[in-house]
Design a protein around this ligand. Structure first.
Ligand code: ATP
Length: 315
């Protein structure tokens, strides 16, 4: 097992990483840890590990780190594991990964995988893989301007602060796009692989990270009032029910040429339109642990690692 750790992700809580690794090592799991030195490094490390026949590569970081590791594992038979250490950890919420160290270690040793079918974005910057979602317009503008130190201190709250700062600066307008060949326009666009957005918040109920295709969420209204309403609706899990929101299932989305229209992929800056989004050629396998339905109908992770002697540290 190779663990690729992004030391700049989230609030740099390395102790959370060690809590999981301690449990694994105590149970005889052989592992190596590689720390990323720069953006894109996780992809190279993952690709080299897959080429050397490593059966499991674990992304220890946020959604951006997972996306880089997934890009490095494309086309290889190597499984992907996740230790969520990012700011929003949207994919970890999407997959229902547990928060405590023992349960996470259990997932990484469970050998139970499900498919993870990424999206591919092509722009002037080249080709980029994403695992959870792509945002175009105001949310991407916020992501482009957010500062890492503020994110480290405030966590998800940094997005609220930056949103309020950027509202008067952003030039809202209609975004033109082509969804499976049909021309459309919207005030704001989110191309969702998964159901969740910004953390554990529901946006696209019919989306799935396990299959090809995207849920294209089009917010009709553009402007400060609409952005504030969306910001208020998000933590109430009502973003997906905003007036003027339409959604379309699609397999190819083109953002047409528009001056200065920013994009974000999995919460990281991802250049500007024009861009084109399609499915990756194949799915990866991501470890999710053994799920068991309880009497209440809620699925829980079945621990494969017993806990005596260890504290179950939340991650
Ligand atoms: N050593 C490094 N120095 C600077 N940037 C790095 C380094 N290693 C990785 N990165 C970059 O950090 C970016 C952000 O990481 P990541 O998305 O995992 O954390 P996050 O933004 O805190 O979490 P989330 O996406 O869940 O909100 C990655 O896209 C990656 O390119």
């Amino acid at each position: 097992m190779l663990v690729i750790y992004n030391p700049t992700a989230g609030r740099r809580r390395v102790r959370r990483l060690w809590a999981v690794l301690d449990v694994l090592v105590a149970h005889g799991i052989r592992l190596e840890v590689a720390e990323t030195m720069h953006p894109g490094h996780a992809r190279t490390l993952a690709s080299e590990a897959a080429g050397a026949g490593t059966s499991l590569v674990v992304a220890a970081g946020g959604d951006g780190t997972i996306a880089e590791v997934a890009a490095g594992l494309q086309g290889a038979g190597t499984d992907l594991g996740i230790i969520p250490l990012g700011t929003a950890n949207v994919l970890a919420h999407e997959l229902g990964l547990p928060a405590d160290a023992i349960s996470l270690a259990s997932v990484l040793t469970s050998q139970r995988t499900i498919p993870l079918w990424p999206g591919i974005m092509q722009s002037a910057l080249g080709t980029r893989l994403f695992v959870q979602m792509l945002g175009i317009g105001f949310d991407a503008h916020v992501v482009h301007h957010i500062s890492r130190p503020v994110k480290r201190v405030l966590g998800r709250g940094a997005y609220v602060v930056q949103t309020l700062r950027e509202l008067p600066r952003y030039r809202f307008g209609q975004i033109r796009l082509r969804v499976d060949g049909v021309e459309m326009s919207a005030g704001s666009v989110i191309i969702a692989k998964g159901r969740l957005y910004g953390g554990p918040y529901l946006l696209a109920p019919d989306a799935t990270t396990s299959a090809p295709g995207f849920s294209v969420m089009l917010f009709e209204h553009a402007g400060i009032g609409s952005a504030l309403l969306a910001g208020a609706a998000l933590p109430l899990n009502m973003l997906g029910r905003l007036p003027g929101l339409t959604h379309h299932r699609a397999s190819e989305i083109e953002l047409l040429d528009q001056t200065g229209l920013p994009a974000q992929a999995d919460g990281d800056p991802a250049g500007m339109a024009p861009l084109r989004v399609t499915d990756a050629d194949a799915a990866l396998r991501v470890l999710v642990g053994r799920l068991q339905s309880s009497d209440t109908g809620v699925a829980t992770i079945v621990p494969s690692i017993p806990s005596p002697g260890y504290h179950s540290a939340p991650v």
